[in-house]
Design a binder for this molecule. Structure first.
Ligand code: ATP
Ligand code: MG
Length: 448
């Protein structure tokens, strides 16, 4: 068994070994190489101390010296070299109180989360597999190293990591590990929003975003995303749907490409359905105003999980508009208005969102929406081709032009531009400087 690694990586191993140290590639990269997947990064573990590593390489960054990690730069790429270590006591289900370096590789492998992540390799010694990680890889199993309850007690994030790796690799979580996850999931309340968000995003951007249902079944989502648990128990008995809300959302994530904003939008697009559900006299479920309410809830959930403002703005915008209806015969004018409301940049994303939402609905009602979408796409392409104005910056006139034509600066300028844009959206042939200048002056007289 041989693993092909980048030249830079085998070079780092050799440099360490020639200086008399042990050195291995370790963790995710060994796992991914054995699965014939492209490793996301190549991590190296060694018995050399951080100081000794720094002394051996010309370009290093002391990334996490207190945890034993030194970044070595080679040809513009970063490689993390970490000293063998043992984690001290975990005080708060989060951070080991302290870490101790060790000269023993087996101690370093023992502290790792799963058997498939506790593999080390170098060309001389071959694969170091102390916990039957290779067997679990072959069988497609995520299993804790050692006692699962202890490992989840030490660091509850591992609960999310178990299901995240299962989703990425199409594996299953081994029974005892799953039972321990169910038992210990309450400890997730001690984990920071940032770490939870990281794992959640890796899971929903994986090949199996629907496996978030496993997290619900393990009792994990209740502790950081309780809104999801309500969706899992909300039926939607109406002609449009064949799944309950949770399953519909899960399927809609599967139907969209694995872009973080798009997957997150699908995850949150119907999140307010449990709160907006009403049942009419013939037993049909309605969810009035759910896009608006879902957008509000999405914002709160993303704030709680500490998403960046740009992501919050975009996802909220897409969620708010996900139920857009332009009818059987959408016109270019209708589409320009919609592009104005949603924004030129987000509009194509919105079409993807609507398509994925539709794909997760009852088969009998999909065709009509597909036709509507196809027509919108055609007209949208024509609008983009013609560069029709849909935002004030697309106008043939600017605020400064208006001021130069004699209009007093102030809030009225914005109002005039907005009105001019409305006119141009109705009729793109009006997007001419002369016309807009005259019309601007006329509006000014009306407004002041
Ligand atoms: P990815 O492809 O997502 O980077 P990875 O396996 O490399 O997967 P990392 O989070 O980069 O995951 O961690 C690198 C290695 O460090 C893991 O393979 C595992 O051995 C160990 N590790 C990471 N986080 C933990 C943790 N919370 N508990 C125990 N070991 C961990
Ligand atoms: Mg990694």
């Amino acid at each position: 068994m041989r693993i092909d690694m980048p030249k830079a990586v085998s070079g780092i191993l050799k440099t360490l070994q020639r200086a008399g140290y042990e050195a291995y590639i370790v963790g995710g990269c060994v796992r991914d190489a054995l699965l014939r997947r492209e490793p996301s990064d190549w991590d190296i573990t060694t018995d050399a101390t951080p100081g000794q590593v720094q002394a051996l390489f010309p370009k290093t960054i002391p990334t996490g010296i207190q945890h034993g990690t030194v970044t070595v730069r080679r040809q513009g790429v970063s490689y993390e070299v970490t000293t063998y270590r043992v984690d001290g006591v975990y005080e708060d289900a989060r951070h080991p109180k302290d870490v101790t370096f060790t000269a023993d590789l087996s101690e370093d492998l023992r502290r790792r989360d799963f058997t498939i992540n506790a593999l080390a390799y170098n060309e001389k010694q071959g694969l170091i597999d102390l916990f039957e990680g290779e067997k679990d890889l072959k069988e497609g199993i995520v299993r804790c190293v050692g006692d699962a309850r202890e490992r989840f007690t030490e660091d509850a994030l591992r609960i999310l990591r178990a299901y995240r790796f299962a989703a990425q690799l199409s594996f299953r979580v081994e029974d005892e590990t799953h039972a321990a996850a169910c038992e210990m999931s309450g400890r997730l309340v001690m984990i920071s929003a940032e770490r939870i968000r990281g794992e959640l995003m890796k899971m929903i951007c994986s090949a199996h975003p629907e496996r978030i249902i496993d997290l619900y079944e393990a009792g994990a989502t209740a502790h950081f995303f309780p809104e999801w648990d309500l969706c899992m128990n909300t039926p939607q008995t109406n002609p449009y749907h064949c799944y309950d809300v949770g399953k519909h959302i899960a399927e809609s994530m599967r139907a969209i490409r694995p872009d973080p904003v798009l997957r997150l939008t699908m995850l949150l697009h119907d999140i307010a359905k449990p709160q907006t559900r009403s049942v009419d006299a013939d037993g049909t479920d309605h969810f009035y105003n759910h896009p608006e309410k879902s957008a509000d809830m999405a914002r709160e959930i993303m704030k709680r999980l500490k998403y960046d403002n740009a992501t919050i703005r975009r996802v909220t915008n897409l969620v708010r508009h996900h139920d857009m209806h332009l009818g059987r015969t959408p016109t270019k004018r209708m589409i320009r208005r919609m592009m104005h409301e949603v924004g030129r940049e987000d509009f194509p994303l919105l079409l993807e969102v609507i398509e994925a939402d539709n794909a997760a609905k009852a088969p009998s009602c999909r065709a009509e929406k597909e036709e509507e979408l196809a027509r919108i796409r055609l007209l949208h392409a024509e609008i983009e081709e013609a560069k029709d104005a849909v935002e004030t910056r697309d106008l043939a006139i600017t605020g400064n032009d208006l001021i130069a034509s004699g209009i007093a600066p102030g809030a009225v300028i914005g109002r005039i531009l907005e009105t001019l844009l409305e006119e141009v959206i109705e009729d793109p042939s009006r997007n001419k400087k002369e016309y807009l200048s005259e019309e601007g002056k006329r509006l000014y007289e009306v407004y002041v």
